[in-house]
Unconditional design. Structure first.
Length: 172
């Protein structure tokens, strides 16, 4: 777990010590390398029709704060550092002109934020993106969910890369 450093308030006559300067160093290091993650899935996912489905993420491109596991609850990114995050997701479905496709971010499996929706396309792939600022306390988690109603299971399109799910810490 990373702790966001608090700025020091100096007082008149205070002696500068290595320990006090290290507080400044730690704050600068945090700002130069804040929590950041980018996840993807290596294969095709086939969500059922008319069912909200969580997107598994079995590959870490980067996970700077250790909030993701590829083996346990791999759809989740769990906050290790409290604060506001800019969270984003993207997924593409294969060609199918029936129904519509939706993509949304869920917080702690319940609170739906920043939904995105588009009709299915008969030619080419149907791509969706979503993003937004979300406050996460330590141990809160976010997941990417899809929904589609094509009439049957519908594959994700991997020719442009698999689904993406990422975020970065932006503020306390």
């Amino acid at each position: 777990m990373t702790t966001v450093p608090s700025p020091r308030t100096w007082v008149v006559g205070e002696v500068v010590t290595a320990a006090k300067m290290n507080e400044l160093r730690d704050a600068l290091n945090f700002m130069l390398s804040p929590p950041l993650w980018e996840l993807t899935h290596s294969g095709i996912i086939s969500p059922a029709t008319s069912t909200q489905a969580v997107m598994p993420m079995d590959t870490e491109i980067i996970d700077r704060d250790g909030g993701h596991s590829t083996s346990v609850n791999n759809s989740r990114y769990t906050s290790q550092t409290a604060g506001y995050y800019l969270v984003s997701g993207a997924v593409a479905f294969v060609s199918n002109g029936t129904g519509k496709r939706e993509l949304t971010i869920l917080v702690n499996g319940a609170t739906e934020t920043y939904p995105s929706s588009i009709p299915g396309l008969a030619a080419g792939f149907t791509g969706l993106t979503t993003s937004g600022r979300i406050y996460l306390a330590v141990s809160d988690y976010v997941e990417l969910y899809v929904w589609q109603n094509s009439g049957g299971a519908l594959n994700t399109n991997t020719t442009k890369g698999g689904p993406r799910f990422g975020g970065h810490w932006i503020s306390k």
